[in-house]
Design a protein around this ligand. Structure first.
Ligand SMILES: NC(=O)C1=CN([C@@H]2O[C@H](COP(=O)(O)OP(=O)(O)OC[C@H]3O[C@@H](n4cnc5c(N)ncnc54)[C@H](OP(=O)(O)O)[C@@H]3O)[C@@H](O)[C@H]2O)C=CC1
Ligand SMILES: CC(=O)N[C@@H](CCC(=O)OP(=O)(O)O)C(=O)O
Length: 346
């Protein structure tokens, strides 16, 4: 049995980790970490866990936690994981960080886009970017896993095969993405209040969202040269879900079947990636509550562009589900253990 500790178990990503790990046959949660609810019953913070979770929330004593757990998930604000990691901790326990602290390899880029000083840059090189479908073999050996961001997971996986095969002109790539409000976390923020979000839609982080360098870096590795792109996120009035619509010029005259063959080359054996049939385009409802990534595309003959569309649940494949997928790989379990989550509808 893998003993899991969650720092930030009371946030939305942490709560989703709790939900998924409760159904995992080879893992048990031994530490419900919190900053604001220490000694309070976890189920009093999330009443959906009434009579399911009996534990109380605990502080983030890393030494005690590292002794009690085999894996620590950090589902905490940017900068916290980097301030906790050290060689002693990593020699005892694996860390799966849901924040961005170890995703970006260039520390100056991280510090510029996040506006904070990185507290343990010496571990950035070692950290594995935990996009399982792409970095599976490295994740299996990792001590420190950087779980990708929600927009980034969706955006990268949707374009990856075409970037890798040189089928799209990366200089023309534009990503337009929408997220449900849970993507912003449980903390109280005015832009996320009901009256601000309901019956409303807004772009934010225009030309400045911190997921931009993460997407650029990973797609750069795929195509073999630096990538600069436009990424525009939008907040939409729903709880969960991300839809990314991506536009790029094709580099060759290709048919639907040619492009489909490229997607299949990379994804046909991927359990969590569903390539939709021709003429069918992803909807967030079709992946809600699940670890799936749905992908569809259309070639626009008139403009010479391809339009790629991807959908995920931000809290599952975009956070907790992917973190558990990473844990499974890192501990030699079957990759989908505990992740047989059937999408809910409506
Ligand atoms: N929400 C999403 O869809 C996604 C989130 N992420 C990332 O996951 C992380 C958590 O996000 P999310 O769950 O949305 O955020 P929330 O605001 O919902 O939760 C934050 C959590 O971190 C804890 N926390 C806050 N400050 C500290 C601190 N100084 N020390 C220890 N714990 C602290 C909070 O504890 P308490 O409440 O007890 O004070 C809470 O449990 C972030 O890095 C986020 O970027 C990644 C992908 C998707
Ligand atoms: C709707 C919303 O606010 N979403 C968050 C992204 C959540 C996420 O994945 O963030 P991390 O990269 O920090 O893990 C945002 O735009 O900041």
């Amino acid at each position: 049995m893998i003993r899991a500790g969650i720092i930030g178990s009371t946030g939305y990503a942490g709560a989703e980790l709790v939900r998924i790990l409760m159904g995992h046959k080879d893992a048990e949660i031994v530490w419900y970490g919190s900053r604001s609810y220490i000694d309070k019953k976890y189920a009093s913070v999330y009443q959906n866990m009434f009579q399911i979770v009996d534990a109380v929330c605990m502080d983030d004593n890393m030494d005690e936690l590292a002794a009690a757990a085999d894996v620590i998930f950090t589902a905490t604000p940017q900068g916290l994981c980097a301030s906790l990691v050290n060689e002693d901790i990593l020699s005892k326990v694996k860390i799966i960080d849901l924040s961005a602290d170890f995703r970006i390899k260039d520390v100056a880029t991280y510090e510029k886009w996040y506006g904070i000083e990185h507290k343990s840059p010496e571990f950035i090189k070692e950290a594995v970017y935990g996009l399982c479908e792409i970095n599976r073999e490295d994740v299996k050996k990792a001590r420190l896993i950087a779980n990708p961001g929600c927009y980034t997971t969706c955006s990268i996986l949707t374009a990856y095969p075409l970037a890798k095969e040189g089928l799209i002109d990366m200089d023309t790539l534009i990503i337009d993405a929408k997220s449900g409000t849970s993507g912003a976390g449980r903390g109280v923020k005015v832009p996320n209040l009901f009256c601000e979000v309901n019956e409303n839609m807004k772009a934010y982080g225009i030309a400045s969202h911190r997921h931009t360098p993460e997407i650029e870096e990973q797609l750069g590795y795929a195509c073999g040269h630096p990538v600069v792109l436009n990424f525009t996120p939008h907040l939409v009035p729903m709880n969960r879900g991300i839809l990314a619509t991506e536009y790029a010029k094709l580099t060759k005259d290709v048919s639907y079947e040619d492009v489909k063959a490229v997607y299949e080359k990379y994804y046909k054996d991927e359990k969590f990636i569903r390539l939709l049939d021709e003429g069918v385009y992803p909807e967030t409802k079709w992946v809600e509550g699940s670890n799936y990534v749905d992908i569809g595309f259309k070639i626009d003959e008139r403009t010479g562009r391809i339009i790629m569309i991807g959908a995920i649940d931000n809290l599952v494949k975009g956070a907790a589900g992917q973190a558990v997928q990473n844990m499974n790989l890192a501990f030699g379990l079957t990759e989908d253990t505990g992740l047989d989550l059937v999408p809910m509808f409506p």
